[in-house]
Design a protein around this ligand. Sequence first.
Ligand code: FMN
Ligand code: SF4
Length: 658
Amino acid sequence: MQTSFPHLAAPIHVGPFTLKNRMAVAPHGPFYADKGVLTQRYVDYEIEKAKGGAGLVIMSFGVANHKGPDVATSMFGGMVATWDKRNIPYFRVIVAGIHEHGARVFFQFGESAFRSKLAVSALPHLGNGLDWTPEMSKQDIADLMDSYARCAEVIAEAGLDGIEMHGHGDFFSDFFSLAINRREDEYGGCRENRLRFFLEAASVIRGVIGTERVLGARLSVYDLLPGSLPLEEGVEVARLLAASGWIDYLNIDTSIEPQLLEHIIPPMYVEQGYEVYAAEAVKRVVRELPIFTAGRIVDPQFAEDIIAAGRADVVTMARALIADPEWPNKVLEGRTADIRPCLGDNQECIGRAILGLPMGCTVNPAAGNEREWGIGTLQPAAEKRRVTVVGGGPAGMEAARIAALRGHDVHLIERSGELGGQVLLARQLPGRADIGKFLPWQERQLGNLPVRISLGMEATVDSVVADAPDVVIVATGSDWDKSGLAALSYLPIAGTTQANVLSVTDVMAGAEIGDAVIVLDLTGFVQAPGIAEMLATAGKSVELLTPYPRVGSTTLEFTYQRPFIMQRLATAGVVTRVDTSICSIEGMRVELMDSTTGQISVRDGIDSVIIVGGRIPQQGLAKALTGKGIECHSIGDCAEPATIGRAFGDAWQICRAL
Ligand SMILES: Cc1cc2nc3c(=O)[nH]c(=O)nc-3n(C[C@H](O)[C@H](O)[C@H](O)COP(=O)(O)O)c2cc1C
Ligand code: SF4
């Protein structure tokens, strides 16, 4: 096949196999297992990736210590108890499904101190409430080797093509660390000793799976912990592991979990390919094995260039392929403009997983719902209907797209002169352009479909009725509250009707803002810090207040955005104050209250107060259409203000059933 991406399309030998291309699924746990056992959902999820064209699927995550705590109760529910033979029938279906598409499948497993309550050395440990976890004994090590063997037996019996040892914050990697490994026996001290655990485990696993299957290792060669594993040391470790002859490839990344997960799965604030340098460093010294790389690789040309420049041999992607499993096929078929882009928001993928929920995706509602919504499931509607969609934000655009794909006659009406809704504003916040990455994609898709789009048109009951639709989909969005009405009190903040008190919408629409600004964040999400940073960068003196105990205490926490946002706020010079709300605003005088102690303080000389309150669903049209005899559905923020993911999900739910 002729392709503009010859390096991504090129086959490569890994162990005894030839991968059909160099686009691999980076190991990522979707957390769909049930009490340690794979499920149909898991099966469908993994096979979808091969359907989409990836040459290799590295499944994850399997815990390995069969004597460890119950998998069901471990952090990140939904992991696989790799040793459990009940997984074999599921694995076999996955293997058959993936092989059918000409791809290969490996399974990643490991065991970590934060799950196992075992530690390489006696140290306080996050997974143990920071209590000191005792150093594992020789018997513990022998037991772990036994566990690894049991896991490898299951993988081999199930017919998988290979195993990947999980080594970015796991016993496989903790032993390398100069900070974590303080042992005084033959597993600690000199480099040879620090490699002993990994090499013993590799020899045990290899002993079970033989050479007809692949054994590889995910390896953080620079763990970013002070005094732990600097890059030069990590590269030397990689060189020695490669030279040992036990493994067939190295999947290189950086950082360590659980301490620095924000660097393993970083949000949009981090540049594409941020850790390719580490794979490149290993590739310079390891000539005998294929070197894999990962880390916010989303753009096909960027991926192609990594391989073309010899920086790595295989590009692995987790989130780009969650957002669009057909990424590889689209690349090979020259349809890169059709790739649905990952936003790097982390909200529905790792953001859900951290909360112990099954993984999804903001822009791909099919993630985890492949059986109903996956590749090839969209069917033409039994009956062509006239569908009027009101509102051209993410929900409305997606509704129009799905309805048109199913053959309906679609009219999309948007009040403003541009499609995109609030995302047009959200993408203007500093560092957050990627949140709007799907808009050009949606517009392109709509442009390829026979959708009538009316911009600058205010839909009224009369105009909608005049359209003679069979179905109306109302996606009129939400508007930002600036009354400060918080669920805590149900009372508005006194003075919020003043001209110098502004909402998110006012600010993003370019309202005049003075030099001394207070931003009150009642949501704990990205808008308030984003606005504060934007204004401070423009030279204003900005104080960011929140009644919560932490800035960004809601979504930012579990989407790994918070550390980056806090850093940006500090750099911009924003003063932050937690546990604080506003009692009243009178002219330029703002009275604050410590929400824990009730203590009052006053700020004078404040030019502008920006209240980032909740969002109010815009339900006027939907309500007015009730009783008019037209089938009507509300989706997205106007049904319930939530996330872009919810907007997409609503659109799919309704329009796939029309
Ligand atoms: C939901 C989710 C789960 C992940 N689970 C694992 C895992 O089990 N093992 C692993 O080595 N990496 C895991 N990762 C990290 C990815 O392999 C990858 O290194 C990271 O997401 C950066 O690559 P990306 O930008 O292509 O997503 C996970 C990532 C995500 C998003
Ligand atoms: S949820 Fe967001 S970050 Fe995660 S895969 Fe989907 S688009 Fe990418």
